[in-house]
Design a protein around this ligand. Structure first.
Ligand SMILES: Cc1ncc(COP(=O)(O)O)c(C=O)c1O
Length: 430
């Protein structure tokens, strides 16, 4: 029998679960932590750079000071600061002499800069499918993609977690193909208790504004190979080696001006004072979030390889299964979460299917270099079904959200549960 009391109770339940997207009260209205975090440390450093009157690395000492500190932090012998992460990749590929006709192994699940750095050399990016569980390149499929033209392996530590460094290094050594780690998102990330970026011939970092260590724009290459880093230096300095930096107009190679400024180095030095503490907070919150989300049907947090002893948590990535949400589409789930005050996003699209790639392959230069037959083979091999699926189901939270309190993590979980309960009405109202 339906009593007045049961009617009141069910009305109350409906009110609490009424999703914000359908006019209910949002789980969170408070702002998420803002980024970047700064205080008087940055102010003093910047003022110091400003007043020194030495604003470029030719005369200043701040870029060098940062390079030494970052090499120490990452446990490598050498660090070269550059203008941004894209320049770090381009410089590394140039130092390896990679160019027209060469192939570079890349993941399709990454930021476009990884791919562009290869295309800008007029080299061919060869896409290897993703391990959907970890969001990383599937190392077990790399070997099959290697050809006599493969000149580098360029995997990415996606989101700040490590790709399978053990397997990639083994392939790199056995096949004698240099490993360049795209660690743009992985500051302080570790594989077997050693910093990522320090395993390959080079590790490339980005200090762009969204990154866990940032100076608005900026980047670095770390390496323990002195000859390699000197080639990088020369390239990033318009082809002028360290020795002739200010002394004479002589040139050792081609190059570009990809130097970091003293202002950026000043900010990076200040930002580094908080990096460890912020990373710990992210780790703590991410671990809690995973423990909670794992218990909700339809939510699958990113798995880590056992060798990943520290995730830099640039992104908190997980997968969404609509079947557990009454068929609610991912796009509608995202809209519902956003209305609840949780800015979740869908992440990358499959880069190997980007229409612009075809424009590049059909360009005069590429057709001349590769010819129709080789390009047809490339198209045929360019199959990444796991990645295609991942791009349909991925969800991301940003590193800044992980800097919030435990309450913030609880609100994320509460919002997911709320949307799940209201999935039926949310689907119908779509
Ligand atoms: C994986 C990856 N590689 C390369 C880059 C390029 O770095 P930047 O934006 O500093 O050029 C980024 C930056 O977002 C990145 O996430």
């Amino acid at each position: 029998m339906i009593t007045r009391r049961t009617l009141v109770a069910s009305a109350a339940l409906a009110a609490t679960v009424k999703p914000a997207l359908l006019g209910g009260t949002p789980v969170r209205t408070k702002r998420w932590p803002t980024w970047p975090v700064t205080n008087q440390v940055e102010e003093q450093e910047i003022l110091g750079a400003l007043r020194s009157g030495r604003w470029g690395r030719g005369t200043g000492k701040l870029v060098e000071r940062f390079e030494e500190a970052y090499a120490t932090l990452t446990g490598t012998k050498h660090c070269l600061a550059v203008a941004n992460g894209t320049s770090a990749l381009i410089t590394s590929l140039n130092a390896l002499g990679i160019g027209a006709g060469d192939e570079v192994i890349v993941p399709p699940y990454t930021f476009i800069a990884t791919i562009n750095s290869v295309l800008l050399q007029h080299a061919l990016p060869v896409f290897v499918d993703t391990d959907r569980e970890t969001f990383q390149i599937d190392a077990s499929k790399v070997e099959a993609a290697i050809t006599p033209e493969t000149r580098a392996l360029l995997p990415v530590h996606m989101g700040g977690a490590s790709f399978d460094v053990g397997k990639m290094l083994e392939i790199s050594r056995r096949r004698n193909i240099p490993l360049i780690e795209d660690a743009a998102q992985a500051h302080l990330g570790e594989w077997r208790n050693r910093k990522v970026g320090s395993y390959g011939l080079a590790g490339c970092f980005s200090f762009q504004a969204s990154k866990n260590l940032n100076s608005g724009e900026g980047g670095a290459i770390i390496s323990s190979d002195e000859a390699f880093i000197e080639k990088c230096f020369t390239f990033h300095n318009n082809g002028r080696s360290r020795k002739v930096m200010t002394a004479s107009f002589t040139y050792q190679s081609t190059g570009a001006n990809l130097r970091l400024t003293e202002f950026q180095a000043a900010i990076l030095t200040a930002q580094m004072t908080r990096l460890e503490e912020q990373s710990r907070r992210r780790e703590m919150n991410a671990a809690y979030l995973t423990s909670q989300l794992s218990g909700i049907a339809g939510m699958t947090p990113q798995k880590l390889y056992p060798g990943c002893t520290r995730n830099a948590w640039h992104l908190y990535m997980f997968r969404y299964q609509p079947e557990a949400f009454a068929g609610l589409t991912r796009e509608r789930f995202i809209a519902a979460m956003r209305a609840e005050g949780i800015p979740v996003s869908s992440g990358y699209s499959p880069l190997n299917r980007e229409p612009f790639l075809e424009n590049v392959l059909n360009s005069r230069g590429f057709r001349r270099i590769y010819g129709e037959k080789r390009l047809a083979q490339w198209r045929e091999k360019n199959q990444t079904p796991q990645n295609d699926q991942l791009c349909q189901e991925a969800l991301w939270l940003t590193q800044t959200m992980l800097l919030d309190t435990r309450e913030g993590m609880d609100q994320i979980v509460e919002a997911v549960r709320k949307v799940q309960k209201a999935a039926g009405p949310l689907t119908q109202a779509a």
